[in-house]
Write a protein that binds this ligand. Structure first.
Ligand code: KG4
Ligand code: ZN
Length: 335
């Protein structure tokens, strides 16, 4: 059997189109990033994002099809992210996907962006259930248990800032640029974990996260240094902040894997590209004899290949969306 899915993702600041075969073979993966446009504003401007998605989507679909050597007729279904994300941005992808599905008379598949991040791990890879997955992106920090495809048990969530959001905010406080995550990751390589920032673990047994206290501690440190006329060692601030985030993410993920008695641990989302997180999680998983999976860098941040990967399992389950499908800015994995 061969199922080829055309997948579209426009939830934030990347216009992305992919064609994925049988959920794990990427025939083409096109990403048109708007980062350079939003950089100027220090963050994503939703209206601007929508406008660029509108300009980019049709040429990108054409480019992707050309790259895969396929025609629209060869595609078995059209999949699209319909939440969570920026509503105006999501609607561009949803409208394009609906129009394609309708005109081709092919099934439409609505994909949750977070499922997409998880399924980035299944591309070119055999992953076994049951598993625990840590989603760390610009908008989410979640711990999820899965005992089979499309079955999500949410064990922990962030109570305030998401991990990626904290990276972006502290980078902004030091005028390092946008998005902050990769910049902080790089600067941290030349710094030391010399400043004692808090590790917030919350109540015992809780798999929730909270990073706003850490973010405030970093901002207070920057103010204090300034007030005292002391120099700010940006590399050390980056290294110390990053280590505080990573320590908590790794501790909680390992605890959660032990609690659920799983052997398989996944990481997903933009922050799973972080080098310190990958290193510490690898060490701890090795020590605990857990199998660790994380996607290659190109599938960590937003892309449509991951949407096509989930959509295959929805196709098999005949989980098709109606043509009046809407987009939702907030959406749980179980919606
Ligand atoms: O998954 P993603 O591309 O978009 C969302 O769904 O949010 O994640 C983007 C987030 C941003 O906050 C960005 O700063 C962060 O991922 N990020 C990183 C790294 N690369 C991207 N954070 C830490 N270290 C990195 N290397
Ligand atoms: Zn994302």
């Amino acid at each position: 059997m061969s199922v080829k899915i055309l997948a579209i993702e426009t939830s934030c600041d990347e216009t992305a189109v992919a064609v994925v075969e049988n959920g794990n073979k990427v025939l083409v993966n096109e990403v048109l990033s708007q980062i350079d446009i939003h950089k100027e504003f220090g963050g994503v401007v939703p209206e601007v994002a929508s406008r660029y998605h509108m300009e980019g989507i049709i040429p990108l679909i054409e480019k992707a099809l050309k790259g895969s050597g396929l025609t629209l007729e060869d595609v078995d279904a059209v999949a699209v992210t319909n939440g969570p994300g920026l509503i105006g941005a999501l609607l561009v992808g949803v409208s394009a996907a609906k129009a394609l599905a309708f005109s081709l008379n092919k099934p439409l598949i609505a994909v949750n962006h977070l499922s997409g991040h998880i399924y980035a791990n299944f591309i070119d890879n055999e992953v076994e259930f049951p598993l625990v997955t840590l989603i760390v992106s610009g908008g989410h920090t979640d711990l999820i248990y899965m005992d089979g495809h499309l079955n999500y048990e949410i064990l922990g969530q962030t109570r305030d800032d998401a991990a990626g959001e904290a990276f972006d905010k502290i980078a902004r406080a030091m005028n390092l640029g946008y998005p902050g995550g990769p910049i902080v990751d790089n600067m941290a390589k030349n710094g030391e974990d010399s400043i004692k920032f808090p590790r917030v673990h919350l109540e015992k047994g809780s798999y929730d996260f909270s990073f706003s206290g850490l973010k405030s501690a970093v901002i207070n440190h920057l103010h204090n240094q300034k007030q005292k006329g002391l120099e700010i060692n940006v590399e050390d601030v980056c290294a110390s902040f990053q280590q505080a985030v990573v320590d908590v993410l790794v501790d909680k993920t390992i605890e959660c894997a032990k609690h659920k008695k799983v052997k398989n641990v996944l990481m997903a989302g933009g922050v799973s590209a972080n080098s310190a997180l990958r290193e510490l999680m690898s060490q701890r998983c090795q020590k605990e004899k857990l199998n660790l999976y994380y996607p290659p860098l190109k599938y960590c941040t937003d892309n449509a290949a991951m949407i096509g990967a989930v959509a295959f399992h929805q196709f098999i389950a005949q989980d098709f969306a109606p043509l009046d499908l809407n987009a939702y800015s907030s959406m749980s994995l179980n919606d």
